[in-house]
Ligand binder design. Structure first.
Ligand code: MN
Length: 749
């Protein structure tokens, strides 16, 4: 009763003579033709033969690492395309030719001449993917972006690439170990999620299992062994579970198949890691699958009938019903999932679907995606590609950011959320009320101040769940702020927020420009490029936009202008005056020189009462300012604090300049957010750097991993910014770490 996932057959050793070898190649090619037979139209056979002969001839002197003739690889890839993905004749031709342009003398022009532009374009896409994927790994995120651009031209490129990768994974044994590790981690990081997103569940599962076999060989072998040991017992249980259901379904006249299917080694391992349980404690080592042979118009009704029969027999868990009949996943998956209480009080997952749905589940929407005919199945797929295209063409972030955004936006599982009018929106898991607001319209998003979920008021950062009905509350006074970027997960919302922030900054900078113009005129100088350049250099800001912006927000007050020399209408930077050594914690910060309002913290300033603002948790070395409060004395904020602009704008007279002195006695709590590739021992490496090498105290550490990626927050006590920067630098240099960012420990406790 138990089915196992398809694995690779052992490679034959190649010590055949040339005649035998030729026969072997032809045998494989004939099998490919047989598999394609139902799809062959007039003239196709000749085209295929031509492609096969061209590829065989081009690769004739080449061998794979296993020793077998190279041409067996393109034939195997073509076979996967036909049998496991359900692609047709044109894709088969592309698969046969997929390595020719890159590895042989055949040119793209040759292919275009022999097979036309459509096939040449796909082969070109496949060639580009392999060349970008082979270059330096630090470039890979950027390359991945390019891959996706190709993919959105024609999805067949990525489907054939997945077949190529699957065959390479199945035959990875003959590669060197370092190559195995590189290919396997790339597979689990990019290709398996892509396969999942394309609806190719079987391929996704096999890619994950094969990757794990190389990346975590011990855990892999252990789980495989345990599964084999418990197989008998499991089969007995499955039979006991199925028996009464079989009778019922037969008596009701259904045509069906019912069987138990083991979960993949990779998914069992994930569960063990995530829940911290042992193999024995993983309750769902298998799922029961019911596949109905129903006419399309009765599919839904029949699935629910079967659901009802099953739950008459076994008690369902109310929280574990998943209805992907009414709302198919965006990758095309349709089914009804439920978890019921089986014999001996064990929870058992049951998946109910029809033959048609099963084909989609196994071969992906590609199985139904009729490239030429233009069927309606394209809609969902097209929509998805459309969204990717939109992001690809508007986003200007760097590669790593992009990859991350892409993974959360497009490869994650989605949730369904409803508008008050019942309209459904699909969002990636982890989306917040703010994401939803932007999904409705960017004008709603930028004005969003909160939401009502099932009539209950929630903040914009509220994480949504499938089935939530959400009403967005807006205010015309609302404006997007920098921290919104941490609240949203969708690429669309991120881009719109960034646009709005840029626009806002530009607007504010206009005021600063006006102030600057007047101040320059008042000392007899002009607002011209030379003077702007001098000031940009003097205040050490990145651009004139930043200069104007900081003037407008009073982070730069232009007091120093009076020290400038004016020649004609040009100003000149004054020569620096000697710096008083004991307050020179950082002599590069020129604005603090000889400033009467300067207050210095640290050893010499014990008498001044001050508190550190909870909103931004400044630490020594940060750019800070003091705010004179009633009753609490001086409150120190970071100049980058979200409240800074407002305080300085409205209470300018109560703002005092402040600066840190060296002080190693007191330590300050601050937080770091770390994102990187999930890998054994990553926590160890991180904690080694923090408490081992740098001897910094950790106050809290959480690590969450998901889809090969981990996200951790660490709260540490540091003495000053220098120490923090050193720590960030050290963490960033660890292998596999993608980003290390500071956050304010207090706000996320
Ligand atoms: Mn290949």
């Amino acid at each position: 009763m138990e089915q196992t996932t398809g694995g690779a057959a052992a490679l034959p050793t190649y010590n055949l003579n040339p005649e035998q070898e030729k026969k072997e190649i032809v045998r494989h090619y004939r099998a490919l033709l047989r598999a394609l037979r139902p799809k062959l139209k007039k003239g196709d056979k000749e085209l295929l033969r031509h492609a096969f002969e061209m590829a065989a001839d081009a690769h004739k002197t080449m061998r794979r690492k296993s020793g077998e003739p190279y041409i067996l690889h393109p034939i195997a890839v073509a076979m996967i395309c036909v049998e496991e993905i359900g692609l047709g004749v044109r894709s088969t031709i592309c698969a046969l030719l997929h390595d020719t342009v890159e590895d042989t003398d055949i040119s793209l022009e040759d292919i275009e001449r022999e097979f036309g532009t459509e096939i040449a374009r796909i082969v070109d896409g496949l060639t580009k993917i392999s060349t970008v994927m082979d270059t330096n790994s630090s470039q890979q995120a950027e390359n991945f972006k390019k891959i996706l651009l190709t993919l959105t031209d024609d999805p067949r490129v990525i489907l054939i690439k997945l077949a190529d990768r699957l065959h390479n994974m199945r035959t990875l044994d003959s590669m060197k170990q370092e190559k195995q590790l590189k290919i396997a981690s790339e597979t689990v990081w990019v290709y398996a999620p892509l396969a999942h997103r394309m609806g190719l569940y079987n391929i996704k599962t096999e890619l994950e299992d094969l990757s794990m076999k190389y990346l975590e060989p011990e855990a892999y072998r252990e789980i495989a062994k345990r599964l084999a040991e418990t197989k008998r017992e499991r089969t007995r249980y499955i039979n006991e579970f199925i028996r009464p259901l079989k009778d019922k379904l037969q008596n009701s006249g259904f045509n069906f198949e019912i069987y138990g299917r083991p979960k993949s080694i990779h998914s069992i391992w994930n569960k063990i890691k995530k829940k911290g349980v042992s193999f024995e404690e993983v309750y769902d080592l298998f799922a029961i699958r019911v596949i109905l042979d129903s006419p399309q118009e009765k599919e839904k009704e029949d699935c629910w009938k079967v659901y009802s029969m099953i739950t008459d027999e076994y008690m369902p868990s109310p929280e574990r019903l998943r209805d992907w009949l009414s709302n198919p996943k965006s990758n095309g998956y349709e089914a009804l999932h439920t978890t019921v209480m089986g014999p001996q009080g064990k929870w058992v997952e049951v998946q109910i679907r029809t033959k048609r749905m099963n084909e989609i589940a196994e071969k992906g929407l590609a199985a139904h995606y009729k490239y030429k005919e233009g069927s309606n199945d394209e809609d969902r797929f097209d929509k998805w590609f459309g969204q990717i295209r939109e992001v690809l063409t508007t986003q200007d972030t760097d590669g790593v950011d992009f990859l991350q955004d892409f993974k959360t936006s497009f490869l994650a599982e989605e949730i369904y959320v409803y508008t008050p009018k019942g309209e459904v929106k699909m969002l990636p898991t982890g989306s917040t009320a703010l994401d939803f607001a932007f999904a409705i319209h960017s004008a709603i998003g930028t004005k969003c101040i909160g939401a009502k979920v099932h009539h209950k008021l929630v903040p914009i950062s509220h994480k949504l769940r499938s089935g939530d009905q959400v009403e967005i509350i807006t205010s015309n006074k609302q404006k997007p702020s920098e921290d919104w970027l941490n609240i949203v997960v969708t690429a669309k919302a991120k881009n719109k927020i960034k646009d709005a922030l840029r626009e806002e900054k530009r607007k504010i900078a206009e005021d600063g420009k006006y102030v600057l113009q007047r101040r320059l005129e008042s000392i007899g100088a002009a607002y011209n490029q030379h003077n702007i350049d001098e000031l940009v250099q003097f205040y050490k800001v990145p651009s004139s936009l930043d200069l104007n912006y900081r003037i407008a927000t009073k982070q730069i007050d232009l007091k120093e202008l009076k020290d400038f020399q004016v020649l004609g209408d040009k100003i000149e930077i004054p020569k620096p005056k000697p710096v008083i050594p004991d307050i020179a914690a950082d002599p590069s910060r020129q604005y603090s020189r000889k400033d009467s309002e300067l207050i210095i913290f640290g050893e010499s300033s014990d008498k001044i009462m001050y508190t550190l603002a909870k909103c931004c948790n400044p630490i020594p070395g940060d750019d800070v300012f003091g705010f004179v409060s009633v009753g609490k004395g001086l409150i120190i904020h970071r100049t980058s604090c979200p409240n800074a602009a407002q305080l300085m704008a409205n209470y300018g007279h109560r703002v005092v300049k402040t600066k840190w002195a060296k002080n190693k006695e007191i330590s300050f709590l601050t937080g770091l957010k770390i994102v990187g590739l999930d890998d054994v021992g990553v926590i160890n490496k991180i904690t080694n750097v923090i408490s081992g090498d740098l001897k910094i105290n950790i106050s809290g550490l959480t690590i969450e991993s998901r889809e090969g990626l981990f996200e951790g927050t660490i709260k540490v006590f540091v003495h000053d910014k220098e120490e923090l920067e050193e720590l960030v630098l050290r963490l960033k240099s660890l292998q596999g770490i993608q980003s290390v960012e500071r956050f304010d420990a207090e706000t996320v406790s």
